[in-house]
Design a protein around this ligand. Structure first.
Ligand SMILES: NC(=O)c1ccc[n+]([C@@H]2O[C@H](COP(=O)([O-])OP(=O)(O)OC[C@H]3O[C@@H](n4cnc5c(N)ncnc54)[C@H](O)[C@@H]3O)[C@@H](O)[C@H]2O)c1
Ligand SMILES: [Zn+2]
Length: 355
């Protein structure tokens, strides 16, 4: 089992799911364990841990899958259920699922009785390389992404790659996009490795997952409150989140996945980086060539782009009313708080539309 041990958050990755889990839970000695799942992770992942939790008082909660569960309404229902179960400050929540479950479950744990411990067991690729790590958790406000939340720490994060065997291909692609993001913001070799990676080849995935975990972990540890370096992790997310919010509001939750919106957001950010900071055009074109084989970008007309630009005002990196982009001069060389004229954003959408 590979591991990174911090006083605030330990991360484990490998085949030894059960011993690692038992070890962490035994150390915690919880008064009650609440396992949070959705219907897919209840069916595909819960059976791997359920028999081993019998020695503790355990309760399973299953919520509907999908982004619409990342809401204050769902949080309140969970707070009420925890209260009715008699959960106290020694209780433990195990978040068993993708980014929706770890974002929501972490937020509920961090706020219930001013904070109880939680473990993340990410079951999607996106969760394993990104969402479950780093302590950011929260919920959406209507279609507005992640507007309510906290930065906290999980007691531990256990990454068990065999859970990916049941993950639908579209979800694998969505996670792969965040791995490509880690390449863009760090180094050429990792970008190359992720672009070459075939999501059908799950045998090779563990070492790539671990590389992404180390990248994210290093950035988060250097800037846990997101004042500086951590903003880099938002590469592609300024427009990506706006596109996701537009999609949630206009077409509902299955129209575009988080990773798919970020795939387009990164294409636009690469174009803006090229225009403003001479980011190499060839890297942009290669990225588009590879990613387009797996993700179909939606085409937006001018009115829709205006609506998307309007969503930028809710971006959490904004300050004093100005939208702050994360752009790149080159692979691994970020420009934080970049200001971008709307005309150039329309131009970027035109460029991607024409491709
Ligand atoms: N906190 C962070 O730092 C951070 C970072 C990136 C993304 N996110 C958030 O993560 C969310 C997206 O996460 P996601 O892509 O994991 O989505 P998700 O949690 O909705 O999971 C995707 C789908 O896969 C199913 N699923 C999960 N594991 C499965 C398995 N092993 N087998 C079969 N089906 C399985 C789920 O039920 C769901 O239907 C977004 O809300 C995004 O904002 C958070
Ligand atoms: Zn993301």
């Amino acid at each position: 089992m590979r591991s990174i041990n911090h006083s605030n958050e330990s991360i484990f990755c490998g085949d030894e799911l059960v011993p690692t889990l038992i070890n962490l839970v035994t150390k915690k000695a919880p008064s009650l364990i609440v396992v949070l799942t959705d219907e897919h992770t209840k069916a595909h992942c819960y059976p791997a841990i359920a028999p081993h939790l019998r020695q503790w008082k355990t309760h399973l909660i299953c919520i509907p899958s999908g982004e619409s569960s990342k809401s204050i309404t769902q949080s309140e229902a969970l707070w009420v259920e925890l209260s009715q179960l008699g959960a106290d400050r020694d209780s433990l929540i195990i978040n068993l699922g993708g980014g929706v479950i770890t974002d929501l479950g972490g937020f509920v744990a961090a706020t219930y009785q001013r904070g109880i411990d939680f473990l993340n067991i990410p079951t999607t690729l996106l969760g394993m390389v990104d969402a479950a790590i780093g302590g950011k958790c929260g919920v959406d406000l209507g279609p507005l992404k992640n507007q309510i939340g906290v930065i906290t720490s999980a007691l531990g994060i256990i990454i068990y790659p065999p859970f990916l065997n049941t993950l639908p291909q579209r979800e694998l692609i969505s996670g792969w996009i965040e791995m490509i993001k880690h390449g863009f913001i760090t180094e050429q070799d990792y970008l190359k490795a992720t672009l070459l990676f075939e999501t059908s080849d799950l045998n090779k995935i563990e070492s790539l997952i671990w590389a992404s975990v180390m990248i994210k972990n290093k950035i988060v540890q250097s800037d846990s409150s997101e004042k500086g370096a951590r903003k880099t992790l938002n590469f592609g997310h300024t427009l990506g989140h706006a596109i996701e919010s537009y999609g949630l509001h206009t077409h509902g939750q299955n129209w575009i996945k988080h990773g798919e919106a970020i795939a387009l957001g990164m294409a636009l950010a690469c174009y803006l980086s090229h225009k403003l900071y001479a980011f190499p055009e060839q890297v942009l074109n290669n990225y588009l060539w590879v990613v387009r084989k797996h993700v179909t970008f939606p085409k937006f007309d001018k009115k829709e782009i205006t609506t998307i630009i309007d969503y930028l005002k809710y971006d959490k990196k904004n300050s004093h009313g100005a939208v702050n982009f994360v752009l790149l001069k080159a692979i691994g060389q970020e420009v934080l708080d970049a200001k971008v004229n709307s005309i150039l954003i329309y131009e970027a959408f035109d460029f991607i539309n024409q491709e």
